[in-house]
Design a protein around this ligand. Sequence first.
Ligand code: SAM
Length: 356
Amino acid sequence: MRTHTVRGMTYLSPLGYLLGIEGAALLRGFREGSADREFVEARIAEIRALLDAPALAHTEGVTASPGTISTADVYQAWAPHYDGPGNQMIDIEQPVVRRILDGLPVGTALDAACGTGRHTAYLHGLGHHVIGVDASPAMLARARKRLPDVDFHEADLYRLPLPDDAVDTVVCALALAHLPDLGPVLAEFARVLRPGGNLVISDAHLLVSYLRPALPRQPGPDGRPSLLTEYHRPLSAYLAAALPLGFQVRHCEEPCRPPRSLDPDTAPDPLPTHQSWDLLHWCPKASAAAMDDSPIAVVWHFQLPGAPTGGSRGTSGRPSVGQGVGKQRLGRQGRLAGEEVPPAVGVRAREAGRRE
Ligand SMILES: C[S@@+](CC[C@H](N)C(=O)[O-])C[C@H]1O[C@@H](n2cnc3c(N)ncnc32)[C@H](O)[C@@H]1O
């Protein structure tokens, strides 16, 4: 599976996207035994209707340049809306992550790529001494407002501002899809975790790549709408990065979109001139058949071997932030530690902020 892809200009055609959804519905139906004759003929009739619909036929798509917008720019725009109501990814991911966090010993926890502090707040409420790290000043500003007593640091996940063996738990939620290389960042997590430490990861599921509309975002340096580069991975990629570092798998879960996740009572916006979730109202049955009950996220619980040191909440147990970065890349046991959006060109803020 490729995670490093050199991609050219991408033509985001609304009609093309809808035909893709019809195709995904058919292929899934064939595979899962839900594609009886009535279903298949309905899809074929709907494809004909889509092809003949003047509104779709005459709607120009958007040619967008992949990789010409940075993650930082996307979150600068998205920060005010990121964890507002209606973010389906959060709605589905959060209970699974919380269930895992509920079972961990209380100690010092790092929320790596903490964003606006969603999981930071939960860890704090559980009694952990929490440290939040993120690369986006805009996301961090919201986290600091939400949790004035928590230490937040602007830093990159590839270079955490913590000494070795500093924390009992690392949570990294919905962020690894932004990083091209898993190995070095998981090595950073292993470096800062104490023996027996827990690592909880959530990430967008690989299938999201194939079913989600790609949102064109603000123009990049070439003046064209941009596409954010994201890395959606097969499960084996997480294992390939984690196991050589000594992590052991405690749990893996792929939470799914609920049935009828496309609300037919929600009035679609007028026809967008690019892919958007609203397009799915053109083919609600195909959308449901393609997407309902399909995995939207993957949640991992890994643990390092060794005796857990949870409960060390005294001052002595607290890491001194900023020291010891990169002190050693060979970890213990000799293992290698080593949207007001316009987020989207023409995308209404409401829509851009409400989905994953
Ligand atoms: C989808 S948000 C998730 C925020 C939070 N973890 C949550 O689940 O609510 C992704 C976050 O990852 C951060 N991020 C992306 N790449 C990063 C990097 N290389 N280093 C630090 N943070 C990064 C972004 O700034 C953003 O806040």
